[in-house]
Design a protein around this ligand. Structure first.
Ligand SMILES: Cc1cc2nc3c(=O)[nH]c(=O)nc-3n(C[C@H](O)[C@H](O)[C@H](O)COP(=O)(O)OP(=O)(O)OC[C@H]3O[C@@H](n4cnc5c(N)ncnc54)[C@H](O)[C@@H]3O)c2cc1C
Length: 481
C-alpha cells in the first residue's frame, strides 16, 4: 500500500518564519502574489504558503533553519524572468517562495581590484550602472537585465550577448555567500584571482538553479570600461559566412569582438511589422544577418577602423553583401533594440516551440540546416526562426506555427519536435540547454543526454547538500530512470 506523505506545513513553524521576517518580509495577499506564481513564459502556474522577502543573510539563514526542521519545501526566486519554470512553485500550495528582491545592496566596489561585492537581489542593470560609475564594466548583459537579479543570473549561469569576450555568469564570479538548506551560512566572499585551496565550492552553486542553497551575495569580476564601441549590422551571402566572418573578426579585433548575433533576415521584417519603434534598415530582405560589435579601450576611433577594415575584406571576398554602420550612439542603440525586438516579434506571429541549444561554433550552419530539415519533415509548413549568440555556438532554435494551423495541432507535436531538434544537437556533441538552464521544462530530457556517471554524481551532490530534498524539488535533477 502506498503511504501518502502529508506535506502540509506545521502552522507553528510558519508563524515562526513570519516573526523572523516581520511585515516587510512577508507577502500572502493573493493579488500581490499573483505575478510571482507564474513563470515568464506563462507556462507554469503555482501556489505557495506565502512569499518570504528576507532583508539580510541572517534572515535567510533563520528562515531556512526553521523550514529545514519542519520539512517545508523552498523555491528560491530572483526576478522571475527565467525561461524554464525554475522559480515557480508547484500547485500544492505547500511550498515557501523566497524572493530575494529586498537584498539589493551593492556592498562594495574595489576598483583597483576590479571587483564588486553585491547582494543577490540586485537588479542586473543596477549592477552594470554601479560598475560604470566606477569606470568599470560588468559585462553580463541580456534582454531581461532591467528585472532579473544577479542571484538568479548566477543560479542559472546566465549567458547573454557578451559571453564571446567575457564568458558566462560562472566566469564572472570570484566569491559567493550561500545559505545551505539547513540554514548554515557559507561565507566565501573572497576577492581573489588565485585561490588553489582544494575544491572550488562556488562552482557547485553557480548554475545549480536553486537546488543546493540560496545565493545571498557574490564578488563579481569587473573589467576596463570600453571607451568606444563600433557596431555593424551586416547581411551575409550565406549562413556559412557567419562562421568565416566570426573567425576573421576575432583575429582582426585582437579578440575585442564583444557580440556576434545571428538573425534571419525575415526576423527584421517581423520586428518592424510587430514592434513599435523597430525598423528594418535594409532595402531588401536578406537570408541571414549578423549584428556584431567591437569594444575599444581608447577613444581614438580604432575600434571603428578595425571593423571597417574587416568588413571591406569580407565584401571583397563576397561573404558580406550589405552593411549598416551606425554613425551615432542613438543609431547603435536602435540596432540593439531591433535585436531584442525580434524575440517579441516572433511572439506576435503566433505560437512557438523553442529550443536553446549549443553546438561547436564551426557546426552552427550544419546544425541549422539539419534541424530545419528534421522539423519540416515532422511538420510541413513549420517556420524555423533560428537566431542568437552564434559567437558562442548558442542558437535559440525557435519554430513558429504553420500559418493557419490550429495551436492545439501545433503543440500536439511539441515533444516529437523537441526530441528531433535535440537529437541533432546531441549528434554534434552539443547541449540541449546553452544558457537558460534545465528547471522543470528540460528536467526529464536530461536523462537522454547525460551519462549515468554524470546523473549519479549530480544526485549524490544534491543529497549531500540537501538530504531532505527541500530545495527547489522537482527542478533540474531527474528521478532515476
Ligand atoms: C526577454 C528575456 C531575455 C532573456 N535573455 C537571456 C539571455 O540572453 N541569456 C540568458 O542566459 N538568459 C536569458 N533570459 C532568461 C533569464 O533572464 C535568465 O535566466 C536570468 O538569469 C534569470 O534571472 P532571475 O533573477 O529572473 O531568476 P529567476 O527566474 O527568478 O530564477 C531562475 C532560477 O534561479 C533560482 N534562483 C533565483 N535566485 C536565486 C538565488 N538567489 N539563490 C539560488 N537560486 C536562485 C530559481 O529558483 C530558478 O531556478 C531571458 C529572459 C527574458 C524574459
Amino acid at each position: 500500500m502506498t503511504q501518502m506523505i502529508d506535506k502540509r506545513p506545521d502552522p507553528e513553524a510558519l508563524s515562526r518564519i513570519k516573526d523572523i521576517l516581520g511585515p516587510k518580509g512577508w507577502v500572502d495577499d493573493a493579488d500581490d502574489l499573483a505575478p510571482w506564481l507564474v513563470d515568464s513564459r506563462g507556462v507554469y502556474h503555482g501556489r505557495c504558503l506565502g512569499m518570504a522577502r528576507p532583508g539580510s543573510v541572517e534572515e535567510v539563514s533563520q528562515v531556512l533553519a526553521v523550514a529545514y526542521d519542519a520539512g517545508i519545501e523552498i523555491v528560491p526566486q530572483g526576478g522571475n524572468t527565467g525561461r524554464v519554470g525554475g522559480a515557480t512553485p508547484d500547485d500544492t500550495g505547500h511550498q515557501l517562495l523566497i524572493n530575494m528582491g529586498r537584498m539589493n545592496k551593492v556592498r562594495d566596489i574595489d576598483a583597483a581590484n576590479y571587483t564588486m561585492t553585491v547582494e543577490a537581489g540586485c537588479i542586473l542593470q543596477d549592477i552594470q550602472r554601479a560598475a560604470e560609475n566606477a569606470d568599470r564594466l560588468f559585462p553580463l548583459s541580456l534582454g531581461a537585465e532591467g528585472s532579473c537579479q544577479i542571484g538568479g543570473n548566477l543560479a542559472s549561469n546566465a549567458g547573454g550577448i557578451n559571453v564571446l569576450r567575457y564568458g558566462n555568469a560562472r566566469d564572472l564570479v570570484l566569491g559567493l555567500e550561500v545559505v545551505l538548506p539547513d540554514g548554515r551560512i557559507w561565507t566565501g566572499l573572497r576577492r581573489l584571482r588565485k585561490d588553489n585551496t582544494g575544491y572550488d565550492l562556488k562552482h557547485l552553486f553557480l548554475g545549480s538553479e536553486g537546488t543546493l542553497g540560496i545565493i545571498t551575495a557574490a564578488v563579481l569580476k569587473l573589467f576596463p570600461l570600453p571607451k568606444e564601441r563600433a557596431a555593424a549590422l551586416v547581411a551575409l551571402d550565406s549562413l556559412d559566412s557567419a562562421v568565416t566572418l566570426l573567425e576573421k573578426a576575432r583575429t582582426a579585433s585582437a579578440d575585442a569582438l564583444m557580440s556576434f548575433e545571428l538573425m534571419p533576415g525575415f526576423s527584421l521584417d517581423w520586428a518592424e511589422k510587430h514592434v513599435e519603434g523597430a525598423k528594418q534598415p535594409f532595402e531588401t530582405t536578406y537570408d541571414w544577418t549578423v549584428l556584431m560589435e567591437i569594444g575599444g579601450t581608447k577613444m581614438d576611433g580604432s575600434a571603428g577602423v578595425a571593423l571597417e577594415g574587416l568588413l571591406e575584406e569580407a565584401f571583397e571576398a563576397g561573404q558580406v553583401v550589405d552593411a549598416i554602420l551606425p554613425q551615432s550612439e542613438e543609431q547603435r542603440a536602435q540596432l540593439w533594440f531591433l535585436r531584442e525586438a525580434i524575440v517579441e516579434a516572433q511572439n506576435r506571429e503566433g505560437a512557438q516551440i523553442k529550443h536553446d541549444v549549443a553546438v561547436p561554433v564551426s557546426l552552427v550552419p550544419d546544425f541549422i540546416r539539419q534541424a530545419n530539415a528534421a522539423a519540416i519533415a515532422l511538420m510541413p509548413g513549420i517556420r524555423p526562426y533560428p537566431f542568437g549568440h552564434v559567437g558562442d555556438g548558442n542558437i535559440h532554435y525557435n519554430l513558429s506555427q504553420p500559418v493557419d494551423m490550429p495551436v492545439e495541432t501545433f503543440f500536439a507535436e511539441q515533444e516529437a519536435i523537441h526530441r528531433a531538434v535535440h537529437d541533432v544537437a546531441l549528434s554534434m556533441n552539443g547541449s540541449i540547454s546553452a544558457e537558460h538552464g534545465i528547471g522543470r521544462t528540460k528536467r526529464d530530457e536530461l536523462l537522454r543526454c547525460k551519462s549515468d556517471v554524470e546523473l549519479d554524481t549530480m544526485r549524490a551532490l544534491k543529497n549531500l547538500f540537501d538530504p531532505k530534498g527541500l530545495m527547489n524539488p522537482g527542478k533540474t535533477i531527474p528521478a532515476p530512470r
